[in-house]
Ligand binder design. Sequence first.
Ligand code: ADP
Ligand code: F6P
Length: 322
Amino acid sequence: MTNISRIAVLTSGGDAPGMNAAIRAVVRKGIFHNLKVFGISRGYEGLLNGEIKEMKVGSVADIVHRGGTILRTARCVELKTPEGQRLAARQLKTNKIDALVVIGGDGSFRGAQALAAQGIRVIGIPATIDNDILGTDTTIGFDTAVNTVVEAVSKIRDTATSHERTFVIEVMGRGCGNIALQAGIACGAESIVIPEITFEMEEIVAKLKRGYQRGKNHSIIIVSEGAANGYQIGRDIYNSSGLDTKVTILGHIQRGGSPSAIDTLMASAMGGKAVELILAGENELMTACINQKFKGVPLEAIEGPKRRLNMELYELAGQLSI
Ligand code: ADP
Ligand code: F6P
């Protein structure tokens, strides 16, 4: 055990459903272990401005089920500079914070590592709808985002069937096709376009035509924003096939809403794990979920490459949509 008595938590980068449940778990588990817990508003931006307030048990009441983040989030260019990193570390030291919990994506973890280099004890909790972080099976927010896409597509399918139309649906995923792939399979999409795999427009169109020839009356194409622009794909399909094609960009709807049970549970477990790791004297770790167990993995080990796509799932998607 270490002589840690004051910890802080912040959320950074793109918000993700379940961040609130993670904040709640850090605060409650910390207080359970007699720590003083501080919330930092607006990510690293708020840290630089000294927006640091003590949180009590009641500060996190009634948030476990709420989307967004009560601490707010931000992207902060200044933290990428040595001066910004020194100022951030100074703010934490002035406030006698013994350890910082960073809830965010891999960019936020690079910020956490920069603070560790300034002598700050840090633990990361992976939260991003993209599920693109190496070293953990899944990230907080991904399951909810996939469910949001599936729900939206099932509504679109109703109108697609009625009008016998082809729909192109663009989903989020910065340079990564996990949302498109998993939602695409769950929706029974005809084609899934993702940045990890080169796509041939002719193949997509040929498959659409085959489907209509054997009696299909509508088609769904899921496109990851990192692979192509949904409107462009829609135009290409129409131009080469003449099919009545509509495009929907789902956008930030995928980042909002109440977290799914899976995300809420994982956020609670990871928040608790973060405090345990701090109490055990650990530093520069991310709380990972590996085979349904929660453990700390070094932030250093997950730096650089993004999480690889599940190729078995991708191949299955092709086999199920013949
Ligand atoms: P995410 O955490 O969702 O991947 P970003 O990539 O936008 O989101 O990163 C969030 C914030 O983390 C940035 O605005 C910046 O403050 C900080 N950050 C990102 N990369 C670095 C870096 N290389 N060094 C220091 N801080 C960084
Ligand atoms: O990283 C999460 C994510 O939603 C990506 O899928 C998307 O490309 C990006 O954030 C958009 O971020 P923003 O609109 O907040 O700049």
